[in-house]
Design a protein around this ligand. Structure first.
Ligand code: ZN
Length: 429
């Protein structure tokens, strides 16, 4: 692999420097006159971030390769500036054994585009009853550290307690999809309020999330273990997480790009593109989520990238599948809404989209600070680019893109994974 010289990039917003990459590692940072034989990437006017890390994607392989494959998801991730993505366990079959986890790891490696890290199921077949092979998955080549039944809530407190006790032994974490099934059942699909009543859609009240998060932080305190809250969607959950962190409880949390921008009013047209779980919330919640991401109460942005084939998404609203695409637009959304408003600077974006998620997932080689000796996972961002999202241009196999037609300020210019340019200007390199 030839060396790579990145010239004039603004490193995490701290000032411009050149970066030399040799054999997949950053070997020099500063003013570099020449690097014989190196490919040169002119990054004048671009911001360099450590490669983005996504704690929450659904890559659909095995089982639904018509909606996404690990290869197509990895391509979308590379174009979106990611160098590592965690793949949720709710595939068919479920990732609930060491063999299943290793298979996902290996399929990810063959792409050469991004590290694909399997998330292990908490319970066998996501049934919520018997613990999956947590220890065997951790001891496998996949080194599984994050466990989640995402798509479903680990709603039995006794099962959640045992899972937390189990993963504590090896520093693992349980990522919870917080949804009390009695307060928000499988049909619940719209924020419970005046609008859901008028539209006749089954309501999904915020308390169904908040009550599970409140219980889980107390279980984390009781067990001395680590819990992560997936896709926080309400101001009430932010309050619970803020309180728990103040007590020293080991809780971390993520928010999706869509919950930082899109509101429940979008459901008025019954467009299933906007059907997602947890549902889009009112503006007050959106404002609280932005503030919590800025002040560190919410640690990370995670996409919950959820591709769906046409035949599953193009239905009457109540029958359509839950979920939206997110990998290719996440950085642009965060740039537009968080940097554009002054709530985060670029060092803050590096924190919430790379360093914090890498730390939560225990990914040692990701989430650095672009220093000598770091693995060369680098995302170059053009902070002034204004791009209108076109769902037809996506590398995902699916088209359920809620950002279609929106203009966003700030775009991924190029992605470097292990010293190799994987994507540039919206296409694979
Ligand atoms: Zn979920």
């Amino acid at each position: 692999m030839p060396s790579l010289l990145i010239t004039g990039a603004d490193l995490l917003g701290r000032g411009a420097a050149d970066v030399l990459v040799e054999d997949g590692v950053i070997t020099e940072v500063g003013s570099i006159r020449s690097a014989r034989g190196a490919d040169v990437l002119d990054a004048d006017g671009l911001v360099a971030l450590p490669g983005l890390v996504d704690l929450h994607t659904h890559l659909r392989e095995p089982g639904r390769e018509d909606a996404e494959t690990i290869a197509s998801g990895a391509a979308a991730a590379a174009v979106g500036g990611f160098t590592a993505v965690l793949a949720m366990a709710n595939t068919d079959p479920v990732t609930d054994t060491a063999e299943a986890a290793e298979r996902i790891l290996d399929l990810g490696r063959t792409t050469g585009l991004v590290d694909v890290i399997p998330v292990g199921a908490v319970t066998k077949s996501l049934a919520g009853e018997e613990l999956a092979e947590l220890g065997l998955m951790h001891r496998s080549r996949a080194r599984t550290t994050v466990f989640s039944d995402d798509g479903r809530c680990v709603h039995d407190a006794r099962v959640m307690r045992r899972a937390l006790e189990y993963v504590r032994a090896f520093g693992g974490v349980v990522s919870q999809h917080a949804q009390d099934p009695h307060l928000a059942g499988p049909q619940a699909c719209a924020h419970e309020g005046e609008l859901s009543g008028r539209l006749g859609l089954p309501g999904w009240p915020g308390v169904a999330e908040e009550s599970v998060v409140a219980r889980d932080v107390m279980l984390a305190r009781h067990t001395g273990s680590r819990v992560h809250v997936a896709h926080v969607s309400t101001a009430g959950t932010v309050e619970v997480v803020r309180w728990a962190k103040a007590q020293g409880i080991a809780v971390t949390a993520e928010v999706t790009p869509h919950h930082l921008v899109l509101t429940t009013d979008l459901l008025a047209g019954y467009d299933p593109t906007f059907k997602v779980n947890p549902p889009l919330r009112p503006q007050e919640d959106v404002d609280a989520l932005r503030a919590a991401l800025a002040d560190g109460t919410i640690d990370a942005v995670a996409t919950d990238h959820a591709p769906h084939a046409r035949q599953d998404k193009e239905h009457a609203f109540v029958d359509a599948a839950f979920g939206m695409l997110g990998l290719e637009t996440a950085l642009a959304v965060v740039s537009d809404v968080m940097v554009g408003s002054g709530l985060l600077d670029w060092a803050g974006v590096a924190r919430v989209m790379s360093q914090a998620p890498a730390r939560i997932a225990g990914l040692g080689t990701h989430g650095g600070a672009l220093e000598v000796g770091d693995a060369a996972h680098i995302t170059l961002v053009d902070p002034t680019a204004e791009l209108t999202v076109d769902r037809g241009a996506s590398l995902s196999l699916s088209r359920n893109n809620p950002w279609h037609g929106r203009m966003l300020r700030g775009a991924v210019h190029a992605t470097v994974f292990g010293g190799r340019v994987t994507a540039q200007k919206g296409a694979l390199a």
